[in-house]
Ligand binder design. Structure first.
Ligand code: BG6
Length: 508
């Protein structure tokens, strides 16, 4: 059962930005329409742009096409808009925080929100430290009357040093218990189900280890390119943008030990242990086990598509990766010797995120027919789209003899007619406003993830000859990535948009 959110103000820094309109306001609206918001509640947008309360309401509610997906009635929109306020300030200017304090205390008093404030930083990361410092200079970090919390958007740091520095600075202003670091993958229902499926069933645990699992494969492919974010992306790249956070979070849920109970600290302790067990790679190992790529112009279904270097905001000589594939090991008793393969990329054939557990083959092949000679059981946990679970098993082809064929046993969320799959931000905001940090990243584990990633970034930086392979937009990335997977006849699973369509007909 969900707890109800306590009375509070949600204060969004960066409120005139894209995320507020695209994700945050629609998520808050859904919480509102599903009855999760308390009686005494308000949202205060803060940003440099000069807007009145009315302008803000118009921009993020009445003229917000992203909100339309929730089919709001005009009356609901009107009522919801009344929860929203706006205060322009220059967030980098300490003296402007006096204005903010006054406005917050006036709204707090009017709405009787008990001095409970959740601050949400959805600004450029360069402002995180400054805002935290200014909030603390005005004692907006102290539980004067009511609690104060700080939710921080990604990216959290640029490498290990910057993440450590950011943690140190934030911890001078807020306690770790007050800080909530967003990784929106953790807000996805199907990602949380990885944890539940592993630990709510007795049948998986005996198999979930080096004795039965041959390898683990995680893919997050996107068909879009960098769109309008070339300026940001060119300084980031796929490893920072997707692997350090989202994909390592998936790895941790697949590979962690069971926590002693379902509790933010216990779960995050286990994740930390797992991150620390990922083997760091030497420059030689990086050369062998990390493949990076960049999309080239191509023609997809008759449409000319730009290459990455031609995108707006991207350096025409850029060596930023839009694709990365890695092979690595987890040095603990459960996973010793089991390779983990992770890949992500932009401008790939389809948008799919999934985890594939490849089980070892039977000890002695009994049924010698060519279709299944090298096949193994596979458990596919589909994060998106066509969310569900697919188990591949060898079954008898009806008729004479013992011909074996791979068959699919599947479960799709869409078959649960009453299943409401909340958007990631909806769940994360709900938890954050309730003070539950289970689905937020803890400072030490963010640093542990950077400890694994930073040597790879360094190896690329220090070796100008480290190859970056071009791949035509709309293809599955550099062919060299196939060589990462060792084992006879073993390749990546090339997923289709539809979880079960992996036969001859594959819809992308
Ligand atoms: C974001 C990245 O964190 O995640 C984007 O910055 C990426 O580049 C996005 O497109 C993917 O999220 P999702 O939920 O669409 O898989």
């Amino acid at each position: 059962m969900q707890k109800k959110i306590k009375n509070q103000l949600l204060i969004i820094f960066g409120a005139s930005g894209d995320l507020t309109k695209r994700k945050l306001i629609p998520a808050i609206y859904n919480l509102y329409s599903r009855g999760f918001l308390p009686e005494n509640y308000g949202v205060v947008g803060v940003s440099r742009t000069k807007l009145s309360d009315e302008d803000f309401r118009k921009k993020v509610v009445f003229e917000n096409e992203h909100l339309k997906k929730s089919n709001p009635s005009p009356e609901d929109l009107e009522k919801f808009a009344q929860l929203l306020y706006y205060q322009p300030i220059d967030t980098a200017l300490p003296s402007d925080y006096g204005i903010l304090v006054e406005r917050l205390s006036e709204i707090n008093e009017r709405l009787d929100t008990g001095d409970h404030f959740t601050f949400y930083l959805s600004t450029p990361p360069s402002l995180y430290e400054i805002i935290a410092k200014n909030l603390s200079a005005y004692e907006l970090n102290k539980p004067n009357g009511g609690w104060k919390r700080l939710i921080i958007e990604k990216p959290f740091g640029y490498d290990l040093d910057s993440a450590q520095k950011l943690n140190t600075e934030l911890l001078k202003c807020f306690d770790e218990e007050q800080i909530y670091r967003i990784d929106h993958y953790l807000g996805k229902e199907t990602v949380q189900n990885l944890f539940v499926m592993r630990f709510a069933n007795s049948i998986f645990e005996p198999l979930w280890n080096r004795n039965f699992i041959h390898r683990v494969e995680i893919t997050s492919s996107e068909s879009v390119g960098v769109e309008k974010r070339g300026g940001y992306y060119d300084k980031s790249g796929a490893l920072r943008d997707m692997v350090q956070n989202h994909l390592l979070q998936l790895v941790s849920l697949v590979a962690m030990e069971p926590p002693t109970k379902v509790d933010a600290e216990e779960i995050r302790n286990e994740k930390l242990k797992l991150f620390r067990s990922i083997r760091k790679m030497s420059p030689a190992a990086i050369r062998k086990n990390v493949i990076r790529g960049q999309y080239l112009s191509s023609n997809i279904l008759g449409e000319e598509v730009k290459g990455y270097r031609e995108e707006e905001g991207v350096d025409p000589d850029s060596r930023t990766e839009t694709y990365v594939a890695l092979k690595f090991f987890i040095d603990n008793w459960r996973w010793a010797g089991v390779p983990f393969y992770v890949r992500t990329g932009k401008k790939l054939p389809t948008r799919v995120s999934e985890v594939v557990i490849h089980f070892k083959p039977t000890h002695l092949p009994l049924f010698q027919n060519s279709t299944v000679m090298n096949s193994q059981n596979m458990l596919i946990l589909r994060i998106q789209p066509n969310e569900g679970i697919l188990l591949k098993v060898g079954l008898k082809v009806p008729g004479a003899g013992f011909e074996v064929k791979n068959a699919n046993v599947d479960f799709l969320y869409s078959d649960m007619s009453d299943a409401y799959l909340p958007e990631a931000y909806e769940r994360l905001l709900l938890d954050g406003m309730q003070g539950d940090a289970t689905l937020y990243a803890r400072g030490d584990s963010v640093e542990a993830a950077w400890e694994f990633i930073t040597p790879i970034l360094k190896a690329w930086e220090e070796d100008p000859d480290f190859p970056i392979f071009g791949y035509p937009a709309g293809t599955w990335g550099p062919e060299n990535a196939d060589d990462l997977i060792d084992g006879e006849n073993m390749i990546w699973r090339y997923p289709c948009a539809n979880l079960t369509n992996d036969g001859l007909y594959c819809e992308l």
